[in-house]
Design a protein around this ligand. Structure first.
Ligand code: TYD
Length: 198
């Protein structure tokens, strides 16, 4: 089973991914925990703050290349019957690069279609997407407490990223309110996995 965890910066994805891994391992279920961008990916500070469509297109293709190798790694782990949990996957590209590609491609619908077409080379899709939902205006304080801050964390931009996530919610998505107590978030996430794949 392949589970991706999605959400805007500061939504608590990484903590959830780590905790889920620990809980599942305690239950004797082998887990491969991974993330995107992978360690192969390199991005400059300028590229993180450049909000042009050109830069977004360039990043979109590079994130997709990174994912092509990541996908192969995930497939290998799934073959070993491990539960794969990825902190971000393809929907991060749609949510983050979409709002900027819109300036080149038109509206949200057209942009999503374009991105999904380009991403057809990514055949391994998550069985479950856990979306940690938090209103963009509520993350500012969480992010302010971080030592390392990325150029993606701008509230106006994150609002658009959030809009893209909401548009993508589908049958295999589980939306979890990330302002719930951490313990509750973990419980819902684990129930979702067990419910679909007992
Ligand atoms: P990272 O530094 O790992 O931060 P986080 O802990 O919030 O995931 O991620 C780097 C940034 O890269 C993050 O702000 C989201 C962005 N990103 C994209 O813009 N497109 C993508 O396809 C991916 C995977 C990440």
């Amino acid at each position: 089973m392949f589970v991706s965890i999605e959400g805007i910066d500061g939504s608590g994805k990484s903590t959830l991914a780590r905790t889920m891994k620990n809980r599942l391992m305690e239950l004797g279920k082998p887990v491969f925990l991974t993330k995107e961008p992978t360690d192969r990916f390199f991005i400059t500070a300028r590229e993180q703050t450049d909000r042009t469509a050109e830069n977004a297109a360039d990043l979109f293709f590079r994130f997709t290349t990174d994912r092509l190798f990541h996908q192969a790694e995930i497939n290998r782990e799934l073959e070993k019957s491990r539960i794969v949990i990825s902190d971000r996957y393809v929907h991060s590209s749609y949510a983050y690069q979409g709002p900027l590609l819109e300036n080149l491609l038109g509206d949200m619908k057209t942009t999503l279609e374009w991105m999904m077409n380009v991403s057809r080379i990514i055949s391994r899709m998550p069985d479950i997407v856990i979306f940690l939902d938090i209103a963009p205006e509520n993350i500012t304080s969480r992010i302010a407490r971080r030592k390392v801050r990325s150029g993606f964390e701008d509230p106006v931009y994150l609002k658009k990223v959030h809009d893209y996530y909401l548009k993508m919610i589908d049958k295999n998505w589980k939306v979890i309110d990330s302002t719930l107590p951490q313990e509750k978030v973990v419980e819902i996430a684990l129930e979702t996995i067990n419910g679909k794949y007992p």
